[in-house]
Design a protein around this ligand. Structure first.
Ligand code: ATP
Ligand code: MG
Length: 211
C-alpha cells in the first residue's frame, strides 16, 4: 500500500509541474517502488520517459484512463509512491478526480507575486476537494528561485495570504533541470553536474515524506 500518493497541480502554466513531478518521482524511485501517472493531455511526462534510455532510473508512467480514481488506487496498491503530473487547469473532471484520489498536492509556484496571483484559484479548488477528500494535504513549492533569501516583500506578503503552507525547500533556477529534460533523464541521472539540483530534490522529498 502506498505511503504517499502525490499530485503536482497548478492552474497556471509553466510553473514547473512536470519538472517537479518527474524529478520527485526519480528521487522517490531510489527509495522504493514508484509509478508516475500522466494526467496532462499534453503528454509531456510520457514523452520525457519514452525518450529516456532504460538505465536512467525513471519510473514507469501510466495514463489515467477513463477512471483516474481507479487507476491511481490500483497503482497505490502495488507501489510505495505514486506521482501524478497534471495539466495547467483546475476546472474539469480529470483534475477533480485526481484531487479526490491523492493524499498530497504539491503546487509549484514561481517567485513573483504576479505569477502567484495567477494560482490563486488553487486555494478554493483545494477547499472544494477537501469536502470529498478530508485528509488531503498540500504545500506550495517555490520554483526557479534565484536565491532563497531574495524573495521580495511583496512576494512574502502574497504567500502569506495564500493559506497553503510553503515548503522550506524549493527548486533553484538551474540549468540541470533543463538538461535533464533534453537528455531524457532526471537530475539524478546527470551525475556530478547536477549535484545541487539533486540536493534541492532530496530536501523537497524529505519534507514531502513528513507532510
Ligand atoms: N528550477 C528550474 N530551473 C530551470 N529551468 C526550469 C526549472 N523548473 C522548470 N524549468 C523549465 O521551465 C519550463 C517549464 O517547466 P515545466 O514544463 O515543468 O512546467 P509545467 O508547469 O509542467 O508546464 P505546463 O503548465 O505547460 O504543463 C521547462 O522548460 C523546464 O525545463
Ligand atoms: Mg507540464
Amino acid at each position: 500500500m502506498a505511503d504517499r500518493v502525490i499530485a503536482v497541480i497548478n492552474q497556471k502554466g509553466g510553473t514547473g509541474k512536470t519538472t517537479l513531478a518527474l524529478n520527485l518521482a526519480a528521487g522517490l524511485a531510489q527509495r522504493a517502488a514508484t509509478h508516475l501517472v500522466d494526467a496532462d493531455p499534453q503528454g509531456s511526462i510520457s514523452q520525457w520517459v519514452a525518450m529516456a534510455a532504460t538505465h536512467t532510473g525513471l519510473p514507469p508512467v501510466a495514463q489515467p484512463g477513463d477512471d483516474p480514481f481507479a487507476t491511481i488506487a490500483q497503482l497505490a496498491c502495488t507501489h510505495r509512491y505514486v506521482v501524478v503530473d497534471c495539466p495547467p487547469a483546475i476546472q474539469g473532471d480529470l483534475v477533480a478526480a485526481v484531487m479526490r484520489s491523492v493524499q498530497v498536492i504539491l503546487i509549484p509556484v514561481l517567485p513573483s507575486p504576479i505569477d502567484l496571483w495567477a494560482s490563486v484559484g488553487m486555494a478554493a479548488a483545494l477547499g472544494e476537494a477537501r469536502r470529498l477528500n478530508p485528509g488531503l494535504r498540500a504545500g506550495l513549492v517555490l520554483n526557479q528561485l534565484e536565491t532563497r533569501n531574495a524573495l521580495s516583500r511583496a512576494m512574502r506578503e502574497a504567500l502569506a495570504e495564500f493559506d497553503i503552507p510553503i515548503l522550506q525547500a524549493g527548486m533553484q533556477r538551474r540549468a540541470a533541470y533543463r538538461s535533464a529534460a533534453v537528455e531524457g533523464t532526471s537530475v539524478y541521472g546527470l551525475g556530478k553536474r547536477a549535484q545541487a539540483a539533486v540536493a534541492d530534490m532530496e530536501a523537497i522529498i524529505e519534507e514531502v515524506l513528513c507532510l
